[in-house]
Design a protein around this ligand. Structure first.
Ligand SMILES: NC(=O)c1ccc[n+]([C@@H]2O[C@H](COP(=O)([O-])OP(=O)(O)OC[C@H]3O[C@@H](n4cnc5c(N)ncnc54)[C@H](O)[C@@H]3O)[C@@H](O)[C@H]2O)c1
Length: 428
């Protein structure tokens, strides 16, 4: 998030220094290499390096020299109790206090619980000798389309009670909202809670559709027809209605958990959130009982191919990816796993090591496999060569966690095909 934000701010003419404690990442970026996969980022990144508007450092003191605005884009991972771990933010805030030399706007851009900007302010104030403001400016970009989201945000949310900071932030964001999208200025707490409300709402929409899918399967209905049927209602909207193997990634799981924890801390029983989390936990491995049923509860020695490992397409991010839960379950059952993903293989190799076979090409994963499981809806899986698949697979069996294919088509092709929220198609 920090790199995308920094690059996009540089793109609008600002001088940006990206500071990270990860020496390897900083060294890579200094050499013009982006340490993540994010479509469209490279072009902007290279251009702004060439123009001398973006530089990199591992040194906080050096990096913030003369900065008018400092963005905290630090991690806020889940702690053991589900709360957002604020140690990264507070650690940097405490250092900043002794380093600021002139009026500076400090921006909480990480997703942080309500009340954090006040904590950051207090931490900086301990040692600070100059005037400063702390602003909450949650970020809504989505991985995979992060650059577009940042350059053309639906809205910008700024939480501040300072007129001075408000002016600084409005000026900074003015190039991004030229089409008239709003900048909402509000109090810090509302801004902080807006981000959690947005992510929790979207996670709820996903879990709701997954429950509709699970019911549809039982009663003999088709979730994709239901999706179209309700999505055309403008009050509901077409987006985020796709049933699947649950939400993952670095944001939804941790943010829903953190909001639940905040509620608990305030003795508020936020009932829906617990249901959203419960549904999602179940949904991540919803394909496993189907696979087991097909193989009469015996996956020992069976080779299962997996297409898609990233938590969603167009990213190499595998944090909380359903594919990892599915792999763990398959391995527990004694299956052999061949897996392919267009971008996430390196990250998977780091956590899975040699426990699974990562293949260089998608079709290699199918060679001699007893079944294919599709986990991530990368575009390249949407129109596969079914003839080639039939030849490579030992059995014509597909479990599709993203409903990429039509039941009728799979029936004609003679596949055993099970998906989410639709009726299974059995071998002809
Ligand atoms: N990833 C997204 O799509 C997204 C979208 C909106 C908001 N956010 C929020 O942004 C925040 C960051 O998320 P992310 O996905 O970019 O995390 P990330 O882990 O990819 O990046 C965080 C970076 O901070 C660095 N870091 C850690 N401690 C540091 C320190 N003391 N000084 C300097 N750098 C340090 C890490 O090395 C890492 O490179 C989180 O709060 C997240 O919820 C993320």
């Amino acid at each position: 998030m920090g790199l995308v934000s920094g690059t996009c701010f540089a793109e609008t003419g600002n001088n940006v220094t990206c500071i990270d404690i990860d020496k390897e990442k900083v060294a890579q970026m200094k050499n013009g290499i982006i340490p993540i996969y994010e479509p469209g980022l490279e072009e902007l990144f290279k251009r702004n390096i060439e123009e001398g508007r973006i530089s990199f450092s591992t040194n906080l003191e050096e990096g913030i020299k003369n900065a008018e605005i400092i963005f905290l884009a630090l991690p806020t991972p889940s702690g053991d109790d589900g709360s957002a771990n604020l140690s990264y933010i507070m650690n940097v805030a405490e250092q900043l206090g002794g380093l600021l030399e002139q009026y500076t706007v400090i921006v909480d851009k990480s997703t942080v619980p309500v009340g954090t900007s006040a904590k950051v302010e207090a931490a900086i104030a301990k040692k600070c000798k100059v005037d400063f403001d702390v602003v909450s400016n949650p970020e809504f970009l989505r991985e995979g389309v992060a650059v577009d989201d940042f350059m053309k945000p639906d809205r910008v949310v700024i939480g501040t009670s300072s007129e001075k900071a408000k002016k600084v932030m409005e000026k900074l964001y003015s190039p991004f909202v030229r089409q008239g999208n709003p900048i909402y200025i509000m109090d810090e707490k509302s801004a902080e809670l807006t981000k959690y409300a947005a992510n929790a709402f979207l996670a709820m929409k996903i879990s709701f559709m997954n429950e509709i899918a699970n019911l549809a399967e039982i009663v003999g209905a088709d979730v994709d027809k239901i999706r179209k049927g309700i999505g055309s209602d403008s009050r509901i909207g077409k987006q985020f209605l796709y049933a699947g193997t649950g939400y993952g990634g670095s944001c939804f799981p941790k943010d829903v958990k953190a909001l639940a924890k905040t509620s608990e801390d305030y003795n508020f029983d936020f009932k829906i959130l617990n249901a959203v989390m419960g549904v999602n936990k179940n949904q991540k491995t919803i394909l496993i009982p189907k696979v087991k049923r097909y193989f009469q509860n015996n996956l020992k020695g069976k080779t299962i191919a997996l297409w898609g490992l990233a938590f969603k397409p167009n990213t190499d991010d595998i944090r909380e990816a359903p594919a990892l839960d599915i792999i763990e379950e398959l391995l527990k059952e004694g299956a052999i796993v061949n897996a392919f993903d267009p971008e996430a293989m390196e990250n998977v190799r780091k956590v899975m090591g040699s426990k699974i076979n990562l293949t260089e090409k998608s079709y290699q994963a199918l060679d001699g496999a007893d079944a294919l499981i599709i986990v991530t809806e990368w575009n390249e899986f949407r129109l596969p060569d079914f003839e080639k698949m039939s030849k490579l697979l030992k059995n014509k069996v597909i479990f599709d966690g993203r409903n990429l294919f039509e039941n009728e088509q799979m029936m004609e092709l003679g596949f055993h095909y099970e998906s989410i929220g639709r009726q299974p198609v059995t071998h002809s």
